[in-house]
Design a protein around this ligand. Structure first.
Ligand code: 2HA
Ligand code: ZN
Length: 273
């Protein structure tokens, strides 16, 4: 029988958290990540069969009953996950009534899932309604996009067009654009509800002003790639501002439409009209 710590799910989580930290996006305990795992993907592991602890989820997650989530622990540092793996990660099964989380692996020193776990679950639910392959939710504190949330109008069309124009290949990666919610207190269920409404509207990346970015995806690579692409655009925008802010030449709206046609993607309705 295999050990869960040797699974690709744990390996992906270790790689992504470390890479995100190395990119400067997860100071201290900043950031959190979860991967949905189906029961049939866990049959080989004998060390996840007993429930060690349970906790209240605080909302109705019955849409995910019986599903498992590998999730970073509250207060834990992305910097350490690759070496403190069994302490800093936990595998949580959603109870049959959808009200409780059942810890079946990890959090060996008594940790609990990230404070944003209800937000993660709400967004897994919202995205699964549009995409049955949805698996990954990730949140991190990307520097340049956070900075832009202070200096630029918090308008989805405006931000999406900046992201598309900063780099010719942003459009095929993120044709639906960037969702934006109002500033909210971290860890509250209201931040989860607002973000899930954006995800239900087709956004895979949502900006949390003055806080960070939130992304969903089918794979760790998709989710991380979305975050990288948006933050890369925000970094180029920041460099342009540092060089005086003039854009003597840039990708036009018409050229964005041409890129979308060439890559067979549909830009969000209303953003290029
Ligand atoms: O996990 O980033 O938003 C710590 C946070 C909360
Ligand atoms: Zn955060």
């Amino acid at each position: 029988m295999a050990k869960f710590i040797d699974s690709t799910f744990v390996r992906d989580m270790c790689n992504i958290t470390r890479q995100s930290y190395d990119n400067g996006w997860d100071e201290r305990n900043g950031g959190n990540m979860s991967i949905r795992i189906k029961p049939e993907e866990l049959t080989d592991y004998d060390d996840i069969k007993t429930v060690k602890r349970t906790f209240d989820l605080g909302f109705d997650a019955s849409a995910l009953a019986g599903q498992y989530f590998l999730v970073t622990g509250t207060g834990r540092y992305f910097r350490n996950v690759f070496q403190n793996t069994e302490q800093d990660l936990g595998l949580v099964k959603i109870s049959a009534d959808g009200k409780k989380g059942e810890i079946v692996w990890g959090y060996t020193d008594g940790a609990m899932p990230t404070s944003e776990f209800p937000t993660h679950l709400m967004n897994h639910i919202a995205r699964l309604k549009l995409d049955s392959n949805q698996r990954v939710v990730m949140h991190c504190h990307v520097t340049n996009l956070i900075a832009m949330s202070f200096t630029q109008p918090l308008n989805e069309k405006y931000f999406s067009k900046i992201i598309w124009k900063m780099q010719a290949e942003s459009m095929p990666v993120l044709p639906e654009g960037l969702g934006i919610i109002p500033y909210e207190t971290p860890g509250t269920t209201i931040i989860g509800e607002h973000t899930a409404a954006k995800v239900a509207d087709g956004f895979r990346v949502v900006m949390w002003p003055h806080h960070g970015m939130f992304a969903v995806g089918d794979t760790p690579d998709e989710c991380f790639g979305l975050i990288e692409t948006v933050e890369k655009a925000a970094t180029i925008f920041t460099a342009i501002q540092a060089q005086g802010g003039n854009r003597l030449d840039e990708i036009t709206d018409k050229q964005l439409v041409e890129i979308a046609k060439y890559f067979h993607v549909s830009p969000r309705k209303g953003f290029l009209d």
